[in-house]
Design a protein around this ligand. Structure first.
Ligand code: 5AD
Ligand code: FES
Length: 346
């Protein structure tokens, strides 16, 4: 067996050069995926945690050059679900057996902090675990959401290459994004971050730095996927990221952060029809099925070709459940709190 993988499987430490070596060489890819799968089984078991994703608004004030929700994109119709609809989707998620709801939206001030707090409280009263993914907010706002009952927060760093970050995120501040992540940690959220793989101008060494950043932040969850070029963005003529490279970054992340939660992401399945299952067999232990209904799925157009846009939450629930059980894994019946988080806050 490859010496680097052998060491990583036991010690969960990799040097920058070793990560680059793994990313550069394709001859040991299968060994890498199998090693990540063993580490996943040893540390977080065979259960797969499902999170119902509610995309409650595609309104966004930011300008991320890869993203279809960017404020400059006039080609999508914007929507904001009202509180009643959000709660209705959350209640249905409970009926489908979900234990966690993820509230995701573009970054906007459409709802005031008080309104968000209200929604959080109502969702928590359904007995759900709640993840927020609504972008950069102030320390005080994060604190208020936490007090209202939010358990987890997802905020991808997207890339740790400062120059690239600046180019891809006009008018945004890299340091502030990092600060947000540390603020969330300080407030005892279960913290999720992650990156895009295959961004134009991104190098393998910058991806190695992304992985090392996840370790340094000591994140509880890492979600990542390939960059998929969107015709309604300035990156429309750029080449997209590859499934295999995204899978490798994910597998290496599992090696060095053995007990975190890692979702098999939708973008992975967009590039490969078995993408989420392959990811679950290469280090991932979470899936986030879409629990948004109707035309909103299509309108939440981060990138083209997003899977399941014409499906219903009922269909996605049955579909993903059977896919998971078919590979001999089980659907978790608990909240699926990150084991890393449990250890970290003790
Ligand atoms: N391709 C792949 N992923 C994308 N995201 C946004 N735009 C794209 C794209 N074109 C991802 C970002 C964001 C998450 C919600 O969706 O990483 O954090
Ligand atoms: Fe939506 Fe398979 S997960 S149809």
């Amino acid at each position: 067996m490859n010496e680097i993988l052998k060491k990583a499987e036991i010690k969960h430490i990799l040097k920058r050069e070793e990560i680059i070596f793994l990313l550069e060489n394709s001859s040991i890819d299968n060994e890498l995926f199998k090693t990540a799968d063993r580490v996943r089984e040893k540390y977080v078991g065979n259960e797969v945690h499902l999170r119902a994703l509610i995309e409650f608004s595609n309104i966004c004030k930011q300008h991320c050059k890869y993203c279809g929700l960017r404020t400059e994109n006039k080609k999508i119709e914007r929507y904001l679900l009202d509180e009643k609809t959000i709660l209705n989707f959350a209640k249905k998620a409970v009926n489908y057996g979900y234990k966690t709801v993820v509230l995701q939206s573009g970054e906007s001030d459409s709802y005031s902090t008080e309104q968000i707090i209200n929604i959080i409280k109502k969702i928590k009263s359904l007995g759900l675990s709640l993840t927020l993914s609504i972008g950069e907010k102030t320390f005080e706002e994060y604190k208020e959401y936490k007090k209202a009952g939010a358990d987890r927060y997802l905020l991808r760093i997207e890339t740790t290459d400062k120059d690239l970050y600046k180019k891809l995120h006009p008018k945004m501040d890299f340091e502030n994004r990092i600060q947000c992540l540390y603020n969330l940690k300080k407030l005892d959220y279960e913290v999720g971050t992650g990156c895009l793989v295959g961004l134009p101008g991104q190098t393998l060494s910058s991806l190695a730095d992304d992985i090392l950043f996840f370790k340094e932040l000591d994140a509880d969850m890492i979600g990542l996927g390939p960059f998929i070029h969107n015709p309604n963005t300035p990156l429309k003529n750029e080449k997209g990221g590859s499934f295999n490279l995204a899978l490798k970054v994910m597998a290496i992340t599992r090696l060095i952060l053995p007990d975190i939660n890692i979702p098999a992401t939708t973008a992975m399945e967009t590039l490969n029809s078995d993408g989420r299952i392959i990811a679950l067999q290469s280090g991932a232990n979470v899936v986030m099925p879409n629990a948004t209904e109707g035309e909103y799925r299509k309108k939440y157009a981060l990138y083209p070709g997003k899977i399941c846009v014409d499906d219903t939450p009922a269909k996605c629930t049955t579909c993903i459940n059977s896919k998971i059980t078919n590979i001999g894994r089980t659907i978790s019946q608990n909240y699926g709190i990150s084991r890393h988080f449990i250890k970290r806050i003790k």
